[in-house]
Design a protein around this ligand. Structure first.
Ligand SMILES: Cc1cc2nc3c(=O)[nH]c(=O)nc-3n(C[C@H](O)[C@H](O)[C@H](O)COP(=O)(O)OP(=O)(O)OC[C@H]3O[C@@H](n4cnc5c(N)ncnc54)[C@H](O)[C@@H]3O)c2cc1C
Length: 465
């Protein structure tokens, strides 16, 4: 989109003001600089800037504004939301500073820090952050979209609810330190509004005194999925807030890095975590264990540094298509629809269909309200089909079918923005639905103040009011 508006620019001029690499298509290192986690959404910007400091970010943003180029941000590349041709892409991965303030149980992370690094740094002090299922996701990208932790979410809320300070470079190139007191509107907007307000260079957030938890995953043979889900359906809502669970119907590829019983297998994966005494966590899980003998029972006391074992998300880039929706309830009719859509006889080609049970503190407004739109949604559903462009029609039609199949039970039009795919947020109208009209309109008014020209539009875009 930005290509038509772009004015002539000289990459050499930007190189003079930026310490990190400034690369154009065809330059050595360009491909590595722009790599996307989703190989179906390649990032091919006019300029890739490997920022190393706030000053680099400011120079890149000012350069883009001067040449009427949009700015895109990439930390891990997990959620490419728009085609970035013609843009300046800021790659934050070199800004990897993590500072732990143990006495105050706080962390400060820079823009490129991935959860794995923040978790490891906090663990050295007996603390843990509200990280997500995938350790290779960036702490800031995740937190700006809310951030639903499979361990802490139901007892503590969204990661965005526990942020104290945001440092952000806005479209005018200014670095702003934003707190609840300094700029309440921008502080509200940036926590949930994703990359719409500018490039966040650092955030400070709460840590929790947790070194281990009881949890992991149970893989059941797919043929037992109805039996297990019949129990999970009533069991999940009965759990206390210290316990979190999700399920995924998975058709694993026959790849060697999976253990033998899972290689090429059709399974139901029950994920579980409990923050408290292991014996109580075990007692709570007993009804699920009693349904059937699992292929693998990986639930045990785990150090928090191994929290990625709960979901076992893929570590490296994949070519995939995805969609998200929500459920207001998990009734016997939903279960029947799920078996029909993804069960043993469905012929479903998707790699996975995941349902996360939310609730608890994820439903409650935080002490300092923010723009996270997904509060109150009981279940989040995420479908993922792995395959390249030659499978786009097939996988896309199954993903559309997923949304249609469960439409009778959808909660409302709001979505968890961290799981909103490029295809579900192409227009402002779609993004407005995902945020809810009132929240979107407030975001749009704040956006008009800090980014009136919509320089930051290559995201789930909120247009300036
Ligand atoms: C396998 C997998 C598991 C996941 N698990 C969870 C989970 O458990 N809970 C959850 O809540 N989410 C989860 N997510 C979603 C994840 O939080 C989003 O994909 C998130 O956007 C990734 O952020 P990123 O910075 O790593 O990705 P990127 O693709 O690098 O960035 C995504 C977007 O975030 C914004 N952004 C990133 N950094 C900045 C910055 N410094 N300043 C301004 N904007 C920025 C930009 O708009 C950018 O387009 C998962 C995703 C995947 C693929």
């Amino acid at each position: 989109m930005g290509e038509a508006m772009t004015e002539p620019f000289s990459a050499a001029a930007l190189r003079e003001t930026v310490t990190g690499p400034v690369l154009e298509p065809g330059d050595d290192g360009y491909d590595a600089e722009v790599v996307s986690f989703n190989l179906n959404l390649p990032l091919r910007p006019a300029l890739a800037v490997g920022v190393t400091s706030v000053a680099d970010v400011q120079a890149a943003v000012r350069f883009a504004a001067r040449h009427r180029m949009p700015v895109a941000v990439r930390a891990s590349g997990h959620q490419a939301a728009k085609d970035v041709r013609g843009a300046v892409l800021i790659n934050t991965s070199r800004m990897d500073g993590v500072r732990i303030d143990a006495p105050n149980r706080r962390a400060r992370v820079e823009a490129g820090v991935l959860w794995a690094a923040a978790v490891a740094a906090a663990a050295e002090h007996g603390l843990a952050p509200m990280s997500g299922s995938a350790p290779t996701v960036s702490a800031i990208g995740y937190t700006l979209g809310g951030g639903q932790s499979p361990v802490f979410g139901r007892s503590e809320g969204y990661a965005a609810d526990h942020v104290h300070l945001v440092e952000i470079v806005t479209a005018d190139g200014q670095l702003r330190q934003v707190t609840a007191d300094s700029d309440p509107d921008l502080f509200w907007a940036v926590r949930g509004g994703k990359g719409n307000m500018g490039v966040v260079t650092a955030i400070e957030f709460d840590l929790f005194p947790v070194t281990e938890f009881y949890g992991g995953g149970l893989h059941f043979a797919g043929e037992r999925m109805a039996d297990v889900l019949r129990v999970w359906r009533t069991w999940a809502p009965s759990l206390p807030e210290q316990a979190t669970t999700s399920v995924a119907v998975l058709r694993y590829p026959p790849v060697p890095d999976l253990p033998e019983p899972l290689r090429g297998a059709f399974v139901l994966h029950v994920r579980y975590s409990y923050l408290g005494e292991a014996a109580e966590g075990e007692r709570l899980l007993a009804p699920i264990r009693a349904v059937a003998e699992p292929l693998i029972d990986g639930v045990r006391t785990l150090p928090y540094t191994q929290n990625a074992l709960i979901h076992l998300d893929p570590p490296g880039p994949e070519a995939f298509f995805d969609r998200t929706t929500t459920l207001r309830e998990f009734t016997p009719e939903v279960l029947e629809a799920l078996i029909g859509f993804a069960g043993p006889d469905s012929g479903n080609p998707l790699l996975g269909l995941e349902i996360r049970a939310l609730g608890g503190a994820l439903d409650r407004e935080p002490a300092v309200p923010n723009a996270v739109p997904s509060r109150g949604i009981p279940y989040m559903m995420w479908g993922l089909g792995v395959g390249g462009q030659d499978q786009a029609d097939l996988l896309g039609s199954w993903l559309d079918r997923m949304v249609e199949t469960f439409a009778p039970w959808v909660f409302d039009e709001r979505r968890m923005v961290n799981f909103l795919s490029k295809d579900q947020a192409t227009t402002a109208a779609q993004v407005r639905l995902a945020y809810g009209a009132e929240r979107y309109d407030r975001l749009a008014r704040i956006k008009r103040r800090v980014d009136p020209d919509n320089v930051f539009r290559l995201n789930h875009n909120v247009e300036p009011a």
